[in-house]
Design a protein around this ligand. Structure first.
Ligand code: AVI
Length: 323
């Protein structure tokens, strides 16, 4: 009788920033002349659910446009990436986007990476049942600050998968530095499969970040609830409003939380008075032209092999190799 063997999945948590480091970083951002908080603080348990809801909104075209591009060109994507390599999924979350590629790419090893390995356990457990022949190694790692992969990640034909235009949440200078790190981590025969949102009419961009249901506003405001827990702070979300707009000059959506009236906020080890209309900058989401984006990849040493877009040229999926 033939028995199907399931590859036991492996989970590795690389070092976390300490709570003290997180608090110091957040406190410095809130006290800076133009207050800011990193967008990574959007993604507590509720924030991750709100982001999943954003991806379902009629105005937020990014996720469904990317999915339709991938669906329409799965065969060509597999031909560009190659079959049987190592697929490293940056910001894997529920692993659904990568799982969609498995039948075409048939990776020998799948390496979902997310900030905490605990987020990955359930998703990887289910996937391992569905794809028993793929070796799965879940990695807990803040890949935006370091990209040292453990030895159990195969060197052979590494493809970094970075969908969803998350690259847009870095400044172009940060994106360039990140691409250089990825280029090194690719080895001699690796590559990158990445999704990026493109410049388009301002009204379409503004609508995507100011949806009629107010889900994006809730996603933005929820950051304050997260800060209340992390910093033992006393933000009252009723005193803040969501502000978001496309800046043509910077080619980015800028997202802020704006004080509705003068308010004093206290947290463990800090305090600040915000005047009416004063803002906390919470996110940038850069939008590229295809040429600008390919230049960024080329400057980091990548060679762009193929790009795929939708008919309206709203979104681009790009494959690039090291050689
Ligand atoms: C995760 N990232 C690509 C999203 C974006 O579009 O920049 C986050 C987001 N912010 C507001 N809506 C969605």
């Amino acid at each position: 009788m033939h028995t199907m063997t399931t590859n036991p999945s492996e989970f590795i948590q690389l070092h976390h920033a300490s709570d003290q480091q997180l608090r110091a970083e957040l406190s410095a951002g809130l006290l800076s002349a133009s207050a800011f908080a990193s967008p990574k603080y959007f993604y507590d348990a509720l924030g991750s659910k709100l982001f999943a809801a954003i991806c379902e909104l009629p105005e937020y075209y990014l996720s469904r446009t990317e999915a339709s591009i991938v669906d329409a060109h799965l065969g060509e994507i597999a031909a560009a990436v190659g079959v049987g390599g190592t697929l490293i999924d940056l910001g894997a979350g529920n692993c659904a986007k990568a799982a969609h590629l498995f039948p075409a790419l048939q990776p020998a090893q799948y390496v979902p990476v997310d900030i905490s390995v605990d987020f990955l356990r359930d998703a990887v457990g289910d996937l391992q049942q569905r794809f028993p022949h793929i070796k799965m190694t879940g990695l807990g790692l803040d890949f935006s600050s370091e990209l040292q992969l453990p030895d159990s990640v195969q060197q052979d034909r590494r493809t970094f998968f970075y969908p969803g235009s998350s690259i847009g949440n870095f400044t172009p200078a940060e994106a360039a530095a990140f691409f250089r790190k990825l280029h090194t981590a690719c080895g001699d025969d690796g590559g990158l499969l990445i999704g990026v949102d493109l410049v388009k009419a301002t009204e379409i961009l503004n609508a995507a970040y100011n949806d009629a249901l107010g889900v994006t506003a809730s996603f933005n405001l929820n950051l304050l609830l997260h800060l209340n827990r992390l910093l033992v702070a006393n933000f009252n979300i009723a005193e803040w409003r969501h502000v978001s707009f496309f800046s043509t000059a910077q080619s980015r959506i800028e997202m802020y939380l704006e004080a509705r009236h003068a308010v004093t906020v206290q947290w463990q080890g800090g305090e600040r008075r915000f005047q009416q209309g004063e803002r906390i900058h919470t996110e940038n989401s850069y939008k590229y032209t295809p040429d600008n984006f390919m230049q960024l990849l080329q400057q980091a040493g990548f060679k762009v092999t193929r790009t795929w877009s939708d008919d309206d040229n709203w979104f681009m999926v790009c494959h690039a190799r090291v050689t």
